[in-house]
Design a protein around this ligand. Structure first.
Ligand code: HXC
Length: 286
């Protein structure tokens, strides 16, 4: 059963703004990333989502394809972002089968709750490897295609880009490392690394016309992360503290994604867009 459009996208966006664009997304079968990709596909993009679980990734690709008649969405399972070879092959397949690779969402992440005293070296390393090294591998595997896409569309600021600008990366990060959070040492350190990577890519690859930005979701309802990581009693307490007075929705992350990939964000590079209803500023407030 297709997800109703108003559940994953605001009405403000124009249909077709991503026609002829292709998005490559790691962690694409997850709740947040699939919502991001679904919105882009609805607005004209084709997509390649990759993940570790074959069945889950292929099923999600089929589901996302229902967002627009004629959409092409490839689901490639058995792709671990820790393995550069599997990512290189996936990026090549995306570009060959869909004709280009214009946008990247680096969304694959690992997480669990554990106090530092129960965090083995390998547990810490696993999350660092998935989040930081995995994001780095994703950038490395897709940069040649992004550079090609950005070059094709790069404008001098006075010539309008006829079909929009390509060569864009969004990293999905978090806000927990802004203040630190108990039981999340590994993830806090990893997400700080992801943010630093996004900035380095922005500076180094910006001259090629590539933009690199971060979306930092706060507490988003209905996600795997919230279900697995937030205890119900903590959730009730934190909802009261969020200035918006509620959890966020995946639709709000999708809207931020559409903005950053749209021509409205042509001059936005190296930035973090926090989508959290003001929540992180209340971390530590009782
Ligand atoms: C302590 C744990 C643990 C736990 C695993 N480990 N779970 N330690 N507490 N709950 C340890 C293991 O014992 C092992 O260390 C090491 O971590 C690696 O575990 P494996 O299972 O072998 O690794 P792997 O199969 O690669 O799995 C990686 C993973 C797993 C990160 C551990 O949780 C995972 O695959 N997660 C992916 C999906 C996911 O988490 N998505 C949610 C993202 S939400 P030893 O020493 O025994 O070898 C999100 C939101 C961010 O990211 C924002 C936060 C608010």
């Amino acid at each position: 059963m297709p997800v109703p459009k108003n559940e994953y996208l605001s009405e403000v966006w124009k249909d077709g703004i991503f026609n002829n664009k292709v998005v490559f997304c790691t962690g694409g079968a997850g709740t947040i990333c699939s919502a991001q990709v679904r919105a882009l596909v609805h607005l004209g993009a084709n997509a390649c989502i990759v993940g570790r679980n074959v069945e889950k990734t292929e099923r999600m690709a089929k589901d996302i394809a229902t967002a627009r008649s004629g959409a092409k969405v490839i689901g490639l399972g058995a792709v671990d972002v820790r393995d550069p070879n599997s990512l290189n092959k996936a990026a090549a397949r995306c570009a060959t089968e869909l004709g280009s690779l214009d946008f990247v969402i680096a969304g694959a992440a690992g997480n669990f709750l554990a106090p530092m005293t129960q965090l083995s070296t390998n547990a810490f390393k696993s999350v660092m490897d998935i989040d930081v090294l995995g994001s780095y591998n994703t950038v490395k595997a897709t940069l040649p295609y992004l550079a090609q896409s950005a070059g094709k569309h790069q404008s001098d600021g006075t010539t309008p880009c006829p079909s929009g600008t390509g060569g864009r990366i969004i990293f999905v990060s978090a806000t927990i490392h802004y203040t630190g959070l108990p039981l999340q040492t590994h993830v806090s350190v990893a997400k700080a690394g992801v943010d630093a990577l996004a900035q380095a890519v922005a500076i180094e690859q910006g001259p090629l016309g590539i933009t690199s930005n971060v979306i930092a979701p706060g507490p988003i309802g209905g996600t795997e992360g919230m279900e697995r990581l937030a205890r119900p009693e903590d959730l009730t307490a934190s909802k009261k503290r969020i200035p918006a007075g509620r959890l966020g929705t995946v639709k709000e992350i999708a809207d931020a994604t559409v903005y950053l990939f749209s021509d409205a964000a042509n001059y936005v590079n190296g930035e973090t867009l926090v989508v959290d209803g003001g929540a992180w500023r209340t971390h530590g407030v009782n």
